[in-house]
Design a protein around this ligand. Structure first.
Ligand SMILES: Nc1ncnc2c1ncn2[C@@H]1O[C@H](COP(=O)(O)OP(=O)(O)OP(=O)(O)O)[C@@H](O)[C@H]1O
Ligand SMILES: O=P(O)(O)OC[C@H]1O[C@H](OP(=O)(O)OP(=O)(O)O)[C@H](O)[C@@H]1O
Length: 223
């Protein structure tokens, strides 16, 4: 099959991949062995289905590849989906992986007396400026965001911003950096995402794979 006619599935190469790959396999899609070779420079991989390729990209880029139709299906955290808010993305299925929450945190000493309900303006370091601004705007708070791509937890101690908005799971990273979670913006998990226009042009194939993933997640939940 010509490569431009293949169905392309975008998978995130970060921490989600370890949880996502078993689901992809259980749905019946097996990537070529090079996919798991840590030394490979390949970015696009064949699978056991001649009509399906997998690409491995950064988690934020999964949403962009699928929204622009460069990939047809993908797996992305709803933190990423909320930040971009792409109308071309359909996210039919919660895969139940990558569970965490998106929260505001601040230094322990500030948190001891602070009341987030009284804020009118906050400066926040985050990888999620759009979600953060939207969240605070809803209650009339102006959030001035400084965009970082990682290690947000360093920002308060170095005087960049007193508050951060970041993902929290065990809370260990916040504790290790003297920060306290003071407000939860959203519960996060990863979803199966689909390019909406492709759902119209390749409905049989795409709904077939959505149902395959639905069965896998349903079976997992029943165990
Ligand atoms: N501590 C966590 N616990 C559970 N899920 C998480 C956690 N941190 C991140 N995630 C989920 O995993 C996704 C990828 O996060 P991760 O931190 O691995 O990205 P990354 O690989 O650092 O991104 P980048 O592509 O910028 O390097 C997030 O979008 C989120 O949905
Ligand atoms: O509450 P915890 O269990 O400590 O998890 C939270 C951490 O996990 C994520 O980072 P990740 O480990 O993916 O590294 P990153 O900073 O490179 O994104 C997130 O950005 C936090 O730093």
């Amino acid at each position: 099959m010509p490569s431009q006619d293949k169905l392309v599935i975008a998978l995130p190469k970060g921490r989600i991949l370890d949880e996502a790959l078993p689901l992809v396999r259980a749905a019946g899609i097996e990537p070529e062995p090079a996919f798991e070779d840590p030394h490979t420079r390949l970015l696009r991989f064949a699978t056991n289905h001649p009509s399906i390729d997998i690409i491995r990209v950064r988690s934020f880029d999964v949403a962009t590849f699928v929204a622009f139709g460069a990939a047809h299906l993908g797996i992305a955290g709803n933190d990423v989906l909320m930040e971009f808010d792409y109308s071309e993305l359909y996210a039919p299925l919660d895969l139940g992986i990558g569970r965490c929450r998106l929260s505001v945190a601040e230094p322990d000493d500030i948190a001891a007396t602070d009341d987030p309900g009284q804020w009118s303006h906050v400066r926040i370091a985050t990888k999620y400026p759009e979600v953060t601004k939207r969240h605070f705007a809803q209650r009339g708070v102006q959030a001035e965001c400084v965009k970082l791509n990682g290690a947000m937890e360093l920002a308060p101690s170095l005087g960049l911003c007193s508050r951060i908005v970041d993902l929290v799971s065990s809370g260990a990273t916040l504790r290790a950096n003297g920060l306290k979670e003071v407000e939860v913006l959203a519960q996060i998990s990863s979803r199966l995402i689909v390019n909406r226009p492709a759902l119209k042009t390749r409905p049989g194939e795409l709904t077939g794979w959505i149902e395959a993933f639905r069965r896998v997640v349903g079976e997992g939940a029943a165990r």
